[in-house]
Design a protein around this ligand. Structure first.
Ligand SMILES: [Zn+2]
Length: 256
């Protein structure tokens, strides 16, 4: 949306001169200060180090091999967890990391559009659905199942309907049991399995997977302990990835 308050910054600056205030809030109004600082750090470190890579990516376009479907939750940034550089992962984040079933109709399908672009346009070789512990979206669904008077995460028109995508996975688990947070963790993992099933309802995904040109994976990130689990679809079990390295990391002294 274009900025329409052309005179506001000047008035704001004058007010600050009068009060001897610094100009941090004025800057914050145009762009969040935290992001400017982060960007300055990027300019001082990662950008010069990876400048060539950015230039090549700009010239030749992106060709990531992995589509990662994760949650919007600010604690589970895929680029951070997987130490990914520019151009390496095509990341799709939504509330509760859900892949919907293939349902072409007149609705706005943001998630399905990104899946279609990654698979058909970018020709990714892997799709990873990554769930996580303490997911607010999954917790809200669990609470709503437990208590029908409970409302979804926030009042509004979209979240309640969106997290209904969890209902198929929830039916497989049976009625919510106490403690509810344990049931919610089971639901988060079951929902990763259901999202993989939904992805396979996209005809081109099913075809590419059967031809061995696309692989689907499920994962689960523990947040507090930093453990990562990967789904073994044959057994239906989640198994820890890089267990030795994780053990070493937990034992390592914090670096300052
Ligand atoms: Zn989440």
């Amino acid at each position: 949306m274009p900025h329409c308050r052309k005179t506001a910054p000047k008035a704001h600056a004058e007010k600050h001169l009068k009060t001897n205030d610094n100009d941090e809030s004025a800057e914050d109004e145009i762009f969040p200060r935290r992001l400017t600082e982060g960007y300055e750090n990027f300019l001082g470190g990662r950008f010069p180090r990876e400048r060539e890579r950015f230039e090549t990516l700009a010239e030749k376009g992106q060709s990531p091999e992995i589509l990662l479907i994760g949650c919007c939750d600010s604690r589970v940034s895929p680029e951070l967890i997987f130490d990914a550089g520019p151009g390496e992962m095509f990341v799709l984040r939504n509330v509760a990391n859900l892949a919907p079933p293939y349902q072409p109709n007149d609705d706005y399908h943001g998630t399905s559009a990104a899946i279609e672009f990654a698979v058909m346009g970018l020709k990714v070789k892997h799709i990873v659905v990554m769930g996580h512990a303490q997911c607010g979206g999954v917790k809200a669904y669990a609470e709503m199942q437990h208590d029908p008077y409970m409302r979804p995460l926030a009042p509004g028109d979209f979240i309640g309907r969106w997290i209904k995508l969890l209902s198929v996975a929830a039916e497989k688990l049976g009625a919510p049991s106490e403690p509810l947070h344990n049931w919610a963790e089971l639901l988060a993992q079951e929902s990763v399995k259901q999202s993989l099933k939904n992805l396979r309802s996209f005809p081109y995904i099913e075809t590419l997977e059967s031809r061995g040109r696309l692989k689907l994976h499920g994962a689960y990130f523990g947040v507090a302990g930093g453990e990562l689990l990967a789904l073994d679809e044959k057994s239906g079990e989640f198994r820890q990835v890089a267990a030795e390295a994780h053990k070493r990391a937990l034992g390592a002294a914090p670096r300052f």
